[in-house]
Ligand binder design. Structure first.
Ligand code: BEZ
Ligand code: FE
Length: 285
């Protein structure tokens, strides 16, 4: 029997775990309790601060709904989402890096004909997105499903403005042919603030942090026999590249958006990017 004391606090808690506790759960909980107790001792958390933390977490929970996940937002702005991504996606050299999924992907988006436009509200500057889906040896991957989504020219996703934007605005799914190529017209994405009218936004304010994400296009690429890729391409030159509110920028994902002659009606911008997928069973880098 061990009573809890300041010195032996985490041992006292962890000793209560049943010997039947599954191995992985035991490992995770022991480490969590240990780090949490060390943190409290490290900063000598005051009772008022503890109460503030409880109130903050309570408000975070209250902010959650079917369309708003404030806890994921908290994880994102603390760099936790990107760290979980990093430790779980150690890819072989040459692979396209992954980044956060974000809360705005939706299932059930229509598969569109290659080359189609995903911009349904007619706002923004048209941009041709094109490239190939390749394996590690540079061979094209046929039948890859390229699921894309971005904000509109006002900086909102369709799901944030269901009464204003057409459903599936700036979303589409494209399937590659034998040459592994994809192309579609969207808009040149614009930077936007993550939802900041809740406790997470308030926390950012207290920390002197802005809520903006640099402009990006989201990609979810799947192909049989290859690892699933969740990533974005970022607009080179965006002022928020080095201060992304959710730490999701990786240098190889920064893409040049090339301005073109649009007098013949073709899109004013072009963003070319080839995605490289490692095989499903490949070893970690
Ligand atoms: C996004 O890129 O859609 C996103 C990612 C993390 C938090 C909020 C938005
Ligand atoms: Fe986004």
């Amino acid at each position: 029997m061990t009573y809890l004391s300041e010195d032996g606090s985490h041992e006292a808690v962890n000793a209560r775990m049943s010997p039947q506790t599954p191995e992985r759960l035991k490992q995770v909980m022991e480490s969590l309790v240990h780090h949490l107790h060390d943190f409290i001792k490290d900063v000598r958390l005051t009772e008022a601060e503890w109460e503030t933390a409880i109130a903050f977490l309570t408000q975070t929970g209250h902010m959650c709904s079917d369309t708003r996940q404030e806890f994921i937002l908290l994880s994102d702005v603390l760099g936790v989402s990107m760290l979980v991504d990093a430790v779980n996606n150690r890819k072989p050299a040459g692979s396209t890096p992954s980044t956060v999924f974000g809360p705005f992907h939706v299932d059930g988006v229509p598969e569109r004909e290659m080359g189609a436009s995903i911009s349904l509200d007619g706002k923004g500057e048209p941009c041709l997105f094109e490239g190939r889906v390749l394996d590690l040896d540079g061979n094209p991957i046929e039948g890859a499903c390229v699921d894309v989504w971005s904000d509109n020219a006002d900086g909102f996703y369709d799901v944030q403005q269901p009464d204003i934007q057409p459903q599936h605005n700036n979303r589409g799914i494209f399937r590659t042919g034998p040459d592994g190529r994809y192309w579609f017209t969207g808009i040149k994405p614009v930077s936007y603030p993550i939802p900041d009218n809740g406790p997470v936004g308030k926390m950012l304010g207290h920390l002197g942090r802005h809520p903006y994400r640099p402009a990006h296009m989201h990609f979810l690429i799947t192909a049989p026999g290859y690892q699933r890729l969740i990533t974005h391409t970022f607009v080179a030159g965006d002022p928020y590249l080095e201060s992304d509110a959710v730490f999701a920028v990786k240098a190889p994902l920064i893409t040049r958006f090339q301005e073109r002659d649009a007098s013949d009606g073709s899109p004013k911008w072009k963003a070319a990017y080839d995605f490289v997928l490692p095989p499903e069973n490949s070893a970690e880098a």
